[in-house]
Design a protein around this ligand. Structure first.
Ligand code: AMP
Ligand code: GLY
Length: 422
């Protein structure tokens, strides 16, 4: 098989790495990829958002399977376009992808199907939104409804902050078109867990639950980022909790989507807050998470391509998915200044530390004059597999200690919440 992976971050490196292990696969392309991906696949210079360019390339190369990493092409309808052209592609259709593409739509959907989530209201203008904020009072969470690369969520402790946030989103349009609607939510308290599942629209098979670390600095301080590290499985996600999440969240989600006429296929990712009143959905993503994919796929024993084919052919009920009895920790090494301004093009040394138990997934890297340099905010995801959490943490940080680039930083506490829980 020839497989095309769309995207160029750490998630896509992990996808390519896992897909390369499939006996079904002869050749892998990645668009646009990065310097790490280029070591195991052929990178093509087409941007992930260039759906027309990707389609032309997949047709020319007679691609047998396309796997989409980021949300943007999914929300733009890449799956519909590839399917119409007779190409096999793994992911939800444009309509189904609105679950991530429109927070207002996803909240209305959850309300309709009684899926537990924060209380909310959505508004297309500032006037009503402001009245609502005044009536409710802080703390509140104000969100731009559309895609905003993880930046359109503003946590507001006080009413005045929430009023300012509404202004930012819907008047000043700080997040562009994403702010055509503003969603205002009740502020939830609890631990966050990422539950990703494969589904063909009928059968749902959850992956190992993971925990992301969204803030830039230790102890969940500092600004929000794309994710500074993750580990799996998280002991917070007990078998009892899985039963509740399947019954109250994942099954109603997949059934509800089908009832709307938007049969959901691909990966459904529920970002959950474990509140005192039970698990509540913070958001849906319609794809693999980044960096959750790095530890989760590191523990997957089953052929990922076989799973994806079963999803496309709607026979996921016939698939058994096996996981290693181990723990995986991914520590993100970021460029100094990230998530704000940072430099690119800094030399990275010590990258050849890969062992059976430690893989260095590249995120923002590029090749330059035979060397590998930084090329993004999140640069690398050093990912270990160990027998238990302390061992996996020690192995990942041992790897991190050997890699150097100017200004690089990482959190020192990835996985520590799992130890506190044990
Ligand atoms: P989202 O992109 O909607 O998942 O939001 C990004 C982050 O903001 C989440 O991972 C949470 O940490 C936080 N967040 C979002 N919604 C809420 C909420 N209703 N209450 C508390 N925190 C929230
Ligand atoms: N790790 C969060 C996300 O992928 O959106």
């Amino acid at each position: 098989m020839k497989v095309l992976v769309v995207g160029g971050g750490g998630r896509e490196h992990a996808l390519v790495w896992k897909i390369a292990q499939s006996p079904k696969v002869e050749k892998i392309f990645c668009a646009p990829g990065n310097a790490g991906i280029a070591q195991i696949a052929t990178c093509v210079d087409i941007k992930a958002a260039d759906v027309a360019g990707l389609l032309r390339f997949a047709q020319k190369e007679k691609m047998d399977l396309t796997v989409v990493g980021p949300e943007m092409p999914l929300v733009a309808g890449i799956v519909d376009q590839f399917t119409a052209a007779g190409l096999r592609i793994f992911g939800p259709t444009k309509n189904a992808a609105q679950l991530e593409g429109s927070k207002a739509l996803s909240k209305h959907f959850m309300a309709k199907y009684n899926i537990p989530t924060a209380k909310y209201a959505a508004f297309p203008n500032a006037h009503e939104a402001t009245d609502y904020v005044r009536a409710k009072g802080g703390p509140l969470v104000v969100k731009a409804s559309g895609l905003a690369a993880g930046k359109g969520v503003l946590i507001c402790q006080h009413t005045a902050d929430a009023l300012a946030a509404v202004n930012k989103v819907i008047v000043d349009k700080e997040f562009g078109e994403a702010g055509n609607q503003v969603v205002i939510e009740e502020f939830l308290v609890g631990q966050e867990v990422s539950v990703l599942a494969f589904t063909d629209g009928k059968t749902i098979i959850p992956m190992l639950a993971s925990q992301d670390h969204k803030r830039a600095f230790d102890d969940d301080c500092g600004p929000n980022t794309g994710g500074m590290g993750a580990y799996a499985p998280t002991p917070l996600y007990t078998p009892e909790l899985n039963e509740i999440v399947m019954r109250d969240i994942l099954e109603p989600t997949v059934k509800g989507m089908a009832a709307q006429g938007w049969q959901y296929q691909g990966v459904i990712y529920a970002g959950l807050m474990l509140t005192a009143d039970g698990p509540k959905v913070l958001e849906y993503n319609v794809r693999f998470g980044d960096p959750e994919t790095q530890p989760v796929l590191s523990l997957l024993d089953t052929d990922l391509v076989a799973i994806m084919e079963a999803v496309i052919d709607e026979r996921l009920d016939q698939v058994d998915i096996a996981w290693k009895q181990a723990v995986s920790v991914c520590v993100v090494m970021a460029a100094g200044g990230y998530p704000g301004k940072y430099t690119k093009g800094d030399l990275i040394t010590g990258l050849d530390i890969g062992t059976k138990d430690v893989i260095v997934f590249h995120a923002g890297t590029a090749a330059k004059d035979g060397q590998i340099v930084t090329n993004g905010g999140r640069v690398l995801g050093v990912t270990s597999v160990g027998n238990d959490i302390p061992e996996a943490i020690a192995k990942a940080y041992n790897g991190v200690g050997k890699i150097k680039f100017k200004g690089g930083y990482c959190r020192k506490d990835i996985g520590s919440k799992a130890i506190l829980k044990q």
